[in-house]
Design a protein around this ligand. Structure first.
Ligand code: SAH
Length: 481
């Protein structure tokens, strides 16, 4: 049964031993990958979720931080736009202090910790002080960024070697005189004129294809294709800013994944879960997960005295979301009950609630669409009905059940919603937003006062939300389920 606030990546049970976690006083350098939270290794996520503190960069870490449980402390040692970076000595001091205080420390570094990230210096410093360190490699942006737009770094016919360079070394100089079929530059946007000049001087043709990918695998991903001759102008006119990877070589002309050629707008997900239906509505679009609320199990108040009656033969319990199922299971456990006492009939509103019940081997007797009053009538008329949901629920569903003839329809509080601060969003990269509950729809204008509604598509669950999204001023409104 669900016993804690469950994280979707809970490695509590790790039968395959893929996880392994840092011990108190250890520092683990974990590769955060290029930005997509799914591009962190399983061991990386396992270490992150077991950490007491995550000492993180800015690059590559944003989406992971958005998914961190609230009890894990965060220390930002990354450079903010327009600010100076923290000195390496200061970062060392923080890691030492945290480890010596007995914390399980994850040092989260963009991409792979050992590619241009000064990870080796951090390891050397900690080892010199006998602080245990482990390395969890990451997906480097050098390869993942071109890959995100379908450009390989090698190709049997045209590229049998690649080299990864920095746009500037310690002295601010560009490494030159390296021969490889594919040249990849990190931190290469500022140095692009020198990069182009050095490759032309080395005899590469001005027609050599170039691809430049900024913010790869994040919702801000943007790329352009050019040639050595046109790259500088193209970057200037598109206004490309770091972080970006520059790939120069024949593979940049390969279109191995033509569906990745455009720059699709991102989907902002405001709910506590990422709905499965997004893949059909916006296939392959980058996701930006900024939940406006987190579901919390109830701990401080006693389980509802109604619980036994709601489970009795002849009663209905209605669920309208994942937290309502998981919170209800948690309440059963708190009340000393288990699935053997569940004699009532079960109704799921929406596919996600139905799937969650089934995951716990509870087959819903009916699955209703969000506002299918007729179906509700046919089921609950004359029956006592409980709605398992948040404490203090004020949505329309209870009234609907009563109108459908439930006798009576009663609230069964099984969880709470804690409001979250979604932080700033760069709207020019966003094409649509999901609105999957009245609660997130209501909070949307306050949480995102600068959202350009007229330009955005709202992906809504149910007719009520669609109507309200239209009234709010969304340019387009589309059904999500
Ligand atoms: N250790 C990192 C690199 C750190 S240096 C890695 O393995 O990826 C920082 C540079 O990495 C940036 O200037 C940029 O060139 C590149 N970079 C990091 N994340 C990126 C991303 N999501 N998209 C494009 N380039 C990225």
């Amino acid at each position: 049964m669900a016993t804690e606030d469950t994280h979707p990546l809970d490695f509590g049970d790790d039968p395959l031993r893929l996880g392994v976690r840092p011990a108190p006083g250890e520092v683990w350098l974990v590769g955060a990958g290029p930005g997509d939270a799914g591009l962190v290794t399983i061991r990386g996520w396992s270490a992150i979720l077991a950490a007491d503190v995550v000492v993180h960069d800015r690059l590559g870490c944003e989406e992971i931080l958005a998914r961190l449980p609230g009890h894990i402390r965060r220390v930002n040692v990354g450079k903010l736009p327009g600010e100076r970076a923290m000195t390496q000595e200061r970062i060392h001091a923080i890691l030492v202090e945290e480890a010596r205080s007995g914390a399980r420390v994850v040092r989260l570094k963009g991409g792979d910790p050992f590619v241009f990230g000064r990870g080796s210096e951090e390891v050397a410093h900690l080892r010199a002080l006998s602080i245990p360190v482990r390395i969890v490699p990451g997906v480097t942006s050098a390869i993942a960024a071109p890959g995100a737009v379908g450009v390989p770094v090698t190709h049997r016919a045209v590229a049998r070697s690649f080299v990864v360079c920095t746009g500037r070394d310690e002295q601010g100089k560009l490494p030159t005189g390296i021969a490889a079929d594919t040249h990849l530059y990190l931190m290469g946007i500022e140095a692009l004129p020198e990069i182009v000049a050095s490759l032309l001087a080395a005899g590469r043709s001005p027609e050599t294809p170039v691809v430049i990918v900024a913010n790869a695998s994040t919702y801000r991903q943007f790329h352009l294709r050019a040639t050595l001759a046109t790259a500088e102008r193209a970057v200037r006119s598109a206004g490309i800013q770091p972080p970006a990877v520059v790939l120069i070589g024949e593979t940049a002309g390969e279109s191995v994944a033509p569906h990745l050629v455009g720059n699709p707008g991102a989907v902002l997900v405001t709910g506590s879960r990422i709905p499965a239906a997004i893949e059909q509505r916006a296939p392959g679009a980058p996701l930006l997960w900024r939940p406006l609320f987190a579901a919390r199990f109830r701990r401080d108040s006693a389980p509802s005295g109604d619980l036994p009656a709601s489970l009795a033969t002849g009663a209905w319990t209605v669920f309208h979301g994942v937290p309502s199922v998981e919170g209800w299971l948690h309440e059963l456990q708190r009340a000393g009950l288990d699935l053997r006492q569940v004699r009532c009939r079960l109704a799921a509103v929406g596919a996600e609630a139905a799937r969650t019940l089934e995951r716990w081997h509870l087959r819903p007797d009916v699955v209703w669409a969000a506002d299918d009053a007729a179906a509700m009538c046919a089921s609950v008329a004359g029956q006592p009905t409980w709605l398992a949901t948040e404490s203090g629920y004020r949505g329309a569903l209870l009234r609907r059940l009563e109108e459908a003839g439930a006798a009576p329809a009663t609230l069964l509080p099984v969880h709470d919603w804690e409001p979250l601060d979604p932080g700033p969003v760069e709207w020019r990269h966003v094409a649509s937003v999901t609105l999957t509950s009245p609660r997130s729809l209501r909070r949307f204008p306050e949480a995102f006062p600068d959202a350009p509604l007229a330009r955005l598509t709202a992906l809504c669950v149910g007719n009520d939300l669609m109507t309200r999204a239209r009234e709010m001023g969304f340019g387009q409104v589309v059904a999500l389920e």
